[in-house]
Design a binder for this molecule. Structure first.
Ligand SMILES: [Zn+2]
Ligand SMILES: [Zn+2]
Length: 155
């Protein structure tokens, strides 16, 4: 079994445990959504997840999608982000390499930004009268393609 399959097995197991403990139904739709998120989605919103499900010929209602995402958030298999828009974005939480996010304010592209130095600085920060558990850092600006377009406009 390769690494990705192994992770998929682990998250399915965790999801099953959660569904059992909370007396939720273990429907094939719920597992298909989990599978999709852990196989080929990075940062996504509900609409793109809905489309991706359809592309896989797996018809699910939006209600099922929302309700499953809520379960996945509750059992911490999925993380939710608000990247400066009104839309919520999601990404897998288990075994995801830690990263910060670079968000293009023009085309809304989201890039992962891995910077060990920055991470160490933040993790080693002592904050008075506060015990941090986790944090998120979003850096807004223009992606390379948009920056080039902006530059071209000015000439
Ligand atoms: Zn851009
Ligand atoms: Zn991310």
């Amino acid at each position: 079994m390769d690494k990705d399959n192994k992770i998929l097995e682990i998250v399915k197991q965790k999801f099953t445990e959660y569904l059992t403990a909370n007396k939720c139904r273990k429907t094939p739709e719920r597992y298909a959504i989990l599978d999709l998120i852990y196989t080929d989605q990075r940062h996504f919103d509900m609409d793109s997840l809905y489309e991706a499900m359809n592309k896989r010929n797996f018809r699910v209602s939006r209600a099922t999608l929302y309700n499953t995402m809520q379960l996945l958030l509750d059992c911490k298999l999925v993380l939710k982000h608000q990247f400066g828009q009104n839309i919520s974005f999601y990404e897998r939480a288990y075994n995801n390499d830690f990263h910060h996010h670079l968000i293009c304010t023009n085309c809304h592209e989201i890039q992962e930004y891995k910077d060990a130095e920055l991470r160490t600085v933040i993790q080693n920060k002592k904050i008075k009268r506060f015990t941090p558990s986790h944090y998120s850092l979003y850096i807004y600006g223009l992606c390379n393609a948009c920056a080039k377009k902006e530059k071209a406009k000015k000439i």
